[in-house]
Each structure stands twice: as structure tokens, then as C-alpha cells.
Design a protein. Structure first.
Length: 154
């Protein structure tokens, strides 16, 4: 369980590093012609961190996200300072076929939540298991992402 989460964490760090190396108009590791494993949504977190996900998994695991993904508004919490809203997909460049490229995929924009917290939620929604946040393997590995800046802070 912890190993899967650390792999996801490493992927986020690789994506952020790739964006930085590519410059202002750079692309992360997910900027490919087709998103892997049928991902049809991208979580956009703070610091321009993005993670391809499956709309059905998020909707099935969380009723509030299902409402947002169903176009029934957005979520805002003034007390905790976070918001969740669905950003529409840009029109496909060629005008035909379903959107497959990262640039043509709708975004679920999450503001006010650290990418680590979102990754914990995504891990739970995909695996239905809770992470042992106190696990030293987890805290040591993720601490590196905070100190070297490979994953942005909220």
C-alpha cells in the first residue's frame, strides 16, 4: 500500500521537474498524445501540479465530487479556504474524436489543498485503503519532495 503511494508521489515529482526543465511553455510527463489507462480527467492542484485520473473512480468514491463532475456546481469552503471546480475541456484541435491529449482533457481544479493531501485522497479513492501517514517510509520519501521543491506547496 505504501509503495504504491510512493510511486505516485515520485511521478508527481518527475512531472514538476520536467515542467521546470522545459521552460515557460514546457510540458510535463503527461503531455502525450493519449493519456494512459483511459484517464479522462486531470486533477489540477496548486503549483501547477497535474495528475491524470478517471472521472468514474472519483465520482463513485465521493458524492460531492460526483456532483461537481456532473456539472452541478462547484465546492467552496471559506473556513478552510479550499475550492473544487470543473474546468471545461478545450475544443479538440482537429475537431474529431474524443479528447485524448492532456491539453484537450477537462480539469478538476483544486485550490487551497496541498498536492500531498490530494494524492492521499486519490490513493484512497482508487484502493479503498487508508495510508499509514506515520509510516517512516512514507514520511522520509515525501519529505524530499518538500525540501527540494519538486512538488509545490499549497
Amino acid at each position: 500500500m505504501c509503495r504504491r503511494f510512493l510511486c505516485l508521489w515520485d511521478i508527481l515529482a518527475q512531472d514538476r521537474t520536467t515542467w521546470r526543465r522545459s521552460g515557460v511553455l514546457g510540458q510535463g510527463i503527461f503531455a502525450i498524445s493519449r493519456l494512459a489507462h483511459g484517464a479522462d480527467l486531470v486533477l489540477r492542484m496548486q503549483g501547477s501540479t497535474e495528475l491524470p485520473v478517471h472521472r468514474v473512480v472519483l465520482s463513485a468514491g465521493c458524492a460531492a465530487l460526483a456532483r461537481v463532475l456532473g456539472g452541478l456546481g462547484s465546492l467552496h469552503d471559506r473556513e478552510f479556504g479550499f475550492s473544487v471546480k470543473l474546468l471545461p475541456a478545450p475544443s479538440p484541435r482537429n475537431g474529431a474524436g474524443p479528447p485524448r491529449a492532456l491539453a484537450e482533457t477537462p480539469r478538476l481544479a483544486i485550490a487551497g489543498v496541498h498536492p500531498f493531501s490530494m494524492l492521499v485522497l486519490v490513493h484512497y479513492l482508487y484502493t479503498d485503503t487508508l495510508l499509514a501517514i506515520g509510516d517512516s517510509r512514507l514520511t522520509r520519501s515525501t519529505a524530499e519532495g518538500f525540501t527540494d521543491g519538486s512538488v509545490g506547496a499549497a
